[in-house]
Ligand binder design. Structure first.
Ligand code: GDP
Ligand code: MG
Length: 764
């Protein structure tokens, strides 16, 4: 039954639009087609209604048949369980569905804070976003986080006030929290419409129409113009809000202001003119449309989709960076997923050009050429094979081996070089740099202390070699028996490509495999996936905090090695020093001493020997002297190097490691621990207990405020004190509090805490 429905729907989809859209070769047609595409994401605090809203959109667009269960009076838990199950199937990394002659590509952004890296990757490929608020709560902690991230990636946004059916929902409270917490200008386009205290629809403040949903699954709704004669107070209130909207728009949009001046009145504007102004303000991120609805009660979802098409940008807007590729293929991989039947699938957002089945592509980040296998587009929970996918769309490609999340892809290396040099000449205009800069690029530039050339800058702007956030948790992982060792290694290598924030390493001494990740849940999910998808019953060791070490002082040491091995003399003499340099960038970790003696000696060092020294430095930095944790903020200087003829490179590296071990011992190191920023929302009645508990967890309170009988607590706390915090908070607040946390920084520890941490890790 189910598959019948799906086939029927896909056939409809196919006929109506997909073939034309995905395979068009005709230039003009393609341009108009691109303009009908909206690549958007839905962002929300947990429980605001992202899943429910997404599902309704798929349903009303005719893409899935669903929702029966709600109306058959299933219990809430049943309903949620099914939601969750379906959530896994429909929320593949992207789904496409038609809406009134346009095509909406919905790109999934994971909701949990542990997956910030994935959220950021998907934000980077969005053209616009819908931020869902629970209208009874307003802006919540996670809303703020995703809002900031989306702002960093310059993604135009609109807000959807969901759950307007609840008696404690309030548009005004939401609008205030949008102004206060998000520091954003809301453009209120809807007001809720009630009948006998029940939500029945909304008032469109642009057209001054009332939109009423009739009972049932919400496919049917009626629109009626409000009038002074018929609607009395409703009319007055709506006109007042309408004027406020127009007033706000005209203060941000010169064209609308111009029209109003010419017409000498606010009231003669056509809806078209207002809509165009909303669109301009939204894409320029001067204002943010605010819509109302109740997805659960099937009210306001179609009007939300209309607004997505009307106000959020087309793929042709807001992506100037990629114009340097001209007509060549430019695509960004935003997700790598494993599919049981199709193998590794890479999701690509195309900015320019087109991609075909079995085509050669060049990956700029990995400097590799690869061949694509099959090509698909993702429709609901089905992949449809296609021959070509054109600019503006999302392509799903199989068989790519090197591509990782975040990589930039074009057709050939020559095309990549042309694009880079075109971009560097665009950067002659220094105001362009700021315009094209994204947050990850800014971070990297800050780390590159020295002058950067325009070519380097172009690479950074294109995000070639993006940075991955530092993991905060580590744990060992073990296969059920040695027979599974290589299968586990393969599984981990695949998972790492999907999710670069997962790190896998092997402990040099014990040979144990060690995972490092972004949170308890992150590593737990990795474990589940290995068991479920790879059928390997792995065990994880106890979760440990990913401490770092850094040097307290500085030191300088010389080590020489001179011995005969397999008949050949191996001779290395090396002199090195190290010191603490805050935020030293990866490529500046090893510097060469500039004194006259050193310079004269180092001038003769062969590049291969120097590379061996570099490998030694990298390996020495993996393990600090105190607890064997990775060293950060450490700069190493090479003062002297002599290498005997015929000495192997591995002897050079190991001598360097030996020398640096002595340097680090002498300079002494201290532990740094990850500190998280935390936002807790709890009922006032329980806040005293929560605050007292936070004090025991070495938390620094930053801000405590009252919001609707709830205390909102912002603080910084060491991660080591937050293990299992969610269950503690639940019991302290009788399940009424929520919290979110995010990595803040690595911090020096008090001597007493450091001792305790060392005891915890080493057992003595
Ligand atoms: P997500 O965590 O953002 O994906 O939120 P869900 O879609 O899973 O919804 C969380 C809870 O809120 C579920 O119990 C939904 O039934 C409920 N919910 C979603 N939309 C509405 C709504 O419009 N009104 C009400 N009253 N509840 C809703
Ligand atoms: Mg959900």
């Amino acid at each position: 039954m189910k598959s019948f429905y799906f086939t029927k729907n896909y056939r409809k989809l196919l006929k109506g639009f997909s073939i034309r859209k995905y395979c068009s070769k005709n230039e003009d047609k393609r341009k108009t087609n691109v303009e009908t595409i909206r690549n958007i994401g839905i962002l929300a605090h947990i429980d605001a209604g992202k899943t429910t809203t997404t599902e309704r959109m798929l349903f009303y667009s005719g893409t899935i048949r669903s929702m029966g269960e709600v109306h058959h009076g299933n219990t809430v838990t049943d309903y949620m369980e099914q939601e969750r199950q379906r959530g896994i199937t429909i929320t593949s990394a992207a789904v496409s569905f038609p809406w009134r002659g346009s095509q909406i590509n919905l790109i999934d952004t994971p909701g949990h804070i542990d997956f910030t890296m994935e959220v950021e990757q998907s934000l980077a490929v969005l053209d616009g976003a819908v931020v869902v608020l629970d209208a009874s709560a307003g802006v919540e902690a996670q809303t703020l986080t995703v809002w900031r991230q989306a702002a960093g990636y310059r993604v135009p946004r609109m807000l959807y006030l969901n759950k307007m059916d609840r008696s404690d929902a309030s548009v005004n409270v939401c609008l205030r929290s949008i102004r206060d917490k998000l520091q954003a200008t809301p453009l209120q386009l809807h007001a809720p419409l009630q009948h006998e205290h029940r939500l029945i629809g909304l008032i469109d403040l642009v057209t001054l129409e009332e939109v009423v949903w009739t009972q049932g699954r919400g496919q049917n709704f009626t629109r009626r113009k409000l009038s002074e004669e018929n609607d009395g107070k409703k009319w007055e209130d709506s006109v007042a809000s309408h004027r406020e909207l127009v007033d706000c728009l005209s203060s941000m949009d010169d064209r609308l202001a111009e029209t109003i001046i010419q017409q000498e009145s606010l009231d003669n504007l056509s809806s078209k003119e207002i809509e165009a102004a909303i669109r301009r303000c939204t894409t320029a991120m001067k204002g943010f449309p605010v819509l109302c609805g109740s997805s659960y009660k099937n009210i306001g979802v179609q009007t939300l989709m209309d607004a997505i098409v009307s106000y959020l940008p087309t793929p042709l807007q807001c992506n100037e960076l990629y114009s340097c590729f001209g007509e060549e293929l430019a695509a960004r991989a935003f997700k790598v997923q494993h599919d049981d039947q199709r193998g590794v699938l890479t999701f690509l957002r195309l900015y320019s050009g087109e991609i075909s089945r079995n085509q050669k592509i060049y990956n700029l980040a990995r400097d590799k050429t690869e061949q694509t296998g099959s090509l698909y587009v993702a429709l609901a929970d089905e992949y449809k094979p296609v021959e070509t996918v054109t600019a503006g769309n999302i392509a799903v490609v199989s068989s790519l081996k090197a591509a990782m999340t975040g990589d930039l892809i074009t057709s050939t290396q020559a095309a990549a070089n042309r694009a880079k040099s075109k971009l560097s000449s665009m950067l002659n205009d220094s105001s362009k740099v700021g315009e094209l800069m994204l947050p990850s690029a800014r971070q990297r530039l800050q780390a590159m202390e020295a002058e950067t050339s325009r070519e380097e800058l172009a690479e950074v702007l294109l995000g070639i070699g993006t940075t991955v956030p530092e993991p905060v948790f580590v744990c060992s992982i073990e296969p059920p028996s040695a027979a599974f060792q290589s299968a586990l290694e393969t599984a981990l290598a695949e998972l790492q490509r999907e999710d670069p924030s997962l790190r896998v390493s092997v402990d040099g001494d014990s040979g144990q495999m060690v995972l490092a990740g972004m949170g308890e849940l992150h590593l737990e999910i990795i474990k589940e996936r290995i068991i479920r998808e790879y059928k390997i019953e792995v065990e994880l060791g106890a979760l440990q905090i990913a401490y770092r070490e850094t040097l307290v002082g500085s030191a300088r040491q010389t080590v020489s090695v001179d011995r005969k091995m397999a008949g050949a003399r191996q001779f290395v003499k090396v002199e090195m020093s190290a010191k603490n340099v805050k935020g030293v960038s990866q490529d500046k970790v090893l510097r060469l001493a500039k004194s006259q003696d050193s310079a004269a000696n180092l001038a003769h060092v062969r590049p291969r020997s120097l590379a061996a020294v570099e490998r030694g430095v990298q390996s020495a930095l993996q393990h600090g002297p105190k607890l064997g944790c990775p060293m950060v903020d450490t700069q190493v200087t090479l003062h002297w190097l002599e290498v005997g003829r015929g000495t192997s490179e591995s002897i050079i590296s190991s001598t360097v490691v030996q020398c640096l071990r002595k340097v680090f011992e002498e300079a002494e190191s201290m532990l740094l621990e990850p500190v998280m920023s935390l936002e807790i929302v709890c009922p006032e009645s329980h806040s005293a207990r929560v605050l007292a508990d936070l004090a025991r967890r070495r938390a620094d309170l930053h801000h405590v405020q009252l919001r609707n009988q709830h205390k909102v607590i912002e603080c910084l706390a060491p991660l080591s004190e937050l293990l299992g915090y969610s269950s503690t908070l639940r019991s302290l607040s009788s399940g009424l509090a929520t919290f979110s946390m995010e990595f803040h920084s690595n911090r020096q520890m008090a001597p007493h805490d450091e001792e305790k941490a060392i005891r915890n890790v080493t057992g003595f």
